[in-house]
Design a protein around this ligand. Structure first.
Ligand SMILES: CC(C)(COP(=O)(O)OP(=O)(O)OC[C@H]1O[C@@H](n2cnc3c(N)ncnc32)[C@H](O)[C@@H]1OP(=O)(O)O)[C@@H](O)C(=O)NCCC(=O)NCCS
Length: 162
């Protein structure tokens, strides 16, 4: 914590870039949200990869992120690889704030077009993306394997930035 934060208190919610030191918590957050886990070494590699922009949301005095978002950049396009918030802290606007700041960071990195894939039944994620003006540009039938053996439809969404 900086001297200013010690004197005046830490802001309630902060968005900060993530690095390899956050790999343990990021892998844990990912595992709580998705059945196909990312192991910690893989996450550490992603957090160190200069072509991946990773932002975390920090709530209260915790030094560990309550959620994160990662996008892979290629020329002037990017793809959101994942976004997730700790299940105990969902529905409080953290995802909205995190995505808002992440989009601004992508604009600073000269990204003009952003894509992502989302399961068509993922209501919270769809609500979040719609709030930011993402539009459906395609579908991948049978893309996501489900625990019951069936496969779910993925929607491809796009948002122009800048
Ligand atoms: C999607 C996710 C990141 C949203 O994070 P969050 O912090 O709960 O979201 P917020 O509280 O900022 O709410 C964002 C929007 O979603 C809406 N929303 C949140 N939870 C919702 C729910 N259960 N059902 C419907 N809409 C919901 C909010 O109303 C809000 O809309 P607004 O921006 O127009 O006000 C979070 O639910 C999550 O981590 N899900 C599991 C991982 C996941 O599925 N990621 C997406 C992969 S593509």
């Amino acid at each position: 914590m900086s001297l200013l934060e010690r004197l005046f208190g830490r802001p309630k919610v902060m968005i900060e870039a993530l690095g390899p030191s956050h790999a343990g918590k990021v892998a844990m957050l990912h595992a709580t949200s998705f059945s196909h886990g990312w192991d910690q070494p893989e996450v550490a590699r992603m957090l160190a990869d200069p072509s991946i922009l990773s932002d975390g949301v920090f709530s209260g005095t915790s030094r560990l992120p309550a959620g994160f978002v990662m996008s892979r950049l290629a020329a002037d396009e990017a793809e959101i690889l994942t976004i997730c918030i700790d299940p105990d802290q969902r529905g409080r606007g953290l995802g909205h704030l995190l995505l808002e700041r992440h989009l601004a960071n992508l604009v600073r990195r000269s990204v003009a077009t952003l894509f992502l894939e989302v399961e068509d039944s993922n209501a919270p994620a769809l609500a979040l993306y719609r709030a930011f003006g993402f539009n459906k540009v395609g579908e991948r039938p049978g893309y996501y394997p489900k625990p019951d053996g069936s496969r779910a439809l993925a929607l491809i969404l796009r948002r122009d930035l800048g």
